[in-house]
Design a protein around this ligand. Structure first.
Ligand SMILES: [Zn+2]
Length: 287
């Protein structure tokens, strides 16, 4: 594994760029309602970039993987849509593509870890009048269990929960470029999507395996870096909390055993690190 500059990483033959839609800060109790604020105090020094006072500072990360002549984008941020958890949406992803010199038309696959609103927000160009697809040459891919879960009449009728699907996912399907996966799927050489349910029914992760090196993009399995240590905390956005906890433990055990780089959607920019042990406890440590 080689870090070329701040936000790029090389895993064997796979080149990775960390992008961001911006970051937002909010009260930890929004996501961890059972934990008093003091629980997080021991982490202030370990993750200074993650804390703004007592508030979390949450990155909205997306990642571009280049393997051979294929480019895969994982997730499309929250988009420029009003508020997220009471904070104005930064909506910076398209600008960040420009800043990094990556053409939107160069993306072959848009892989969606799951269909929560902060992962699909720039599927379409919300900054342009006709809202064309942001990635005009891409196939958009998601697990069919998430498509089924997020497109029920009941969920779509719920203004809060259905909004992101109606705005950012249904139009992709209507244009015929949404492809549903039903299990492990190779997206490009050395880049394999596989089911990691719990956060949502069809949440998927990526294994990047190339030249004896490994990385795992774990999406929202690690919604915050502290969950590498506090695996058992109830995480309120999880669809099935016990399943979410089990999947989190399994994935992090695997990452630790295989010495894989762990990449997460909401880990501090650029969003990658390793599992380390310190006085018997496991921590995520930024690279
Ligand atoms: Zn998320």
């Amino acid at each position: 594994m080689t870090i070329n500059k701040n936000n790029t990483l090389q895993i064997g033959d796979v080149h990775i760029t960390g992008l961001t839609d911006g970051s937002i800060s909010f009260d930890p109790r929004v996501l961890f309602p059972e934990q008093p604020l003091e629980v997080w105090e021991p982490y202030y020094d370990r993750f200074p970039e993650y804390f703004a006072g007592q508030f979390f500072q949450n990155n909205l990360g997306s990642f571009v993987f280049t393997s051979g002549d294929q480019r895969v984008l994982a997730d499309t941020g929250f988009g420029p849509h009003g508020d997220m958890l009471g904070h104005p949406a930064p909506g910076e992803l398209i600008t960040d593509f420009e800043r990094n010199g990556i053409g939107l038309e160069s993306i072959d696959t848009v892989f969606l870890t799951h269909l929560h609103g902060d992962h699909v927000g720039w599927n379409l160009r919300e900054d342009l009048p006709d809202r064309p697809l942001s990635f005009p040459n891409a196939r958009y891919k998601v697990h069919e269990a998430d498509w089924n879960h997020f497109t029920t009449d009941e969920l779509l009728a719920d203004a809060n929960r259905g909004e992101a699907t109606l705005r950012s996912v249904m139009p992709v399907e209507e244009q015929g470029v949404l492809y549903l996966m039903d299990g492990e799927t190779e997206l490009a050489p050395g880049i394999i999507a596989f089911p990691t349910p719990g956060h949502t029914p069809g949440h998927m992760s990526l294994l990047i395996a190339s030249g004896n090196e490994r990385a795992l993009l774990v999406g929202d399995i690690l919604g915050s870096p502290m969950q590498a240590t506090e695996t058992d905390f109830h995480y309120s956005p999880d669809w099935d909390s016990p399943m979410g906890i089990q999947t989190r433990k399994d994935m992090l055990d695997t990452a630790e055993r295989d010495e894989a780089v762990v990449i997460g959607s909401h880990l501090s920019y650029p969003g990658w690190g390793m599992m380390v042990r310190w006085e018997g406890r496991r921590y995520w440590k930024a690279l």
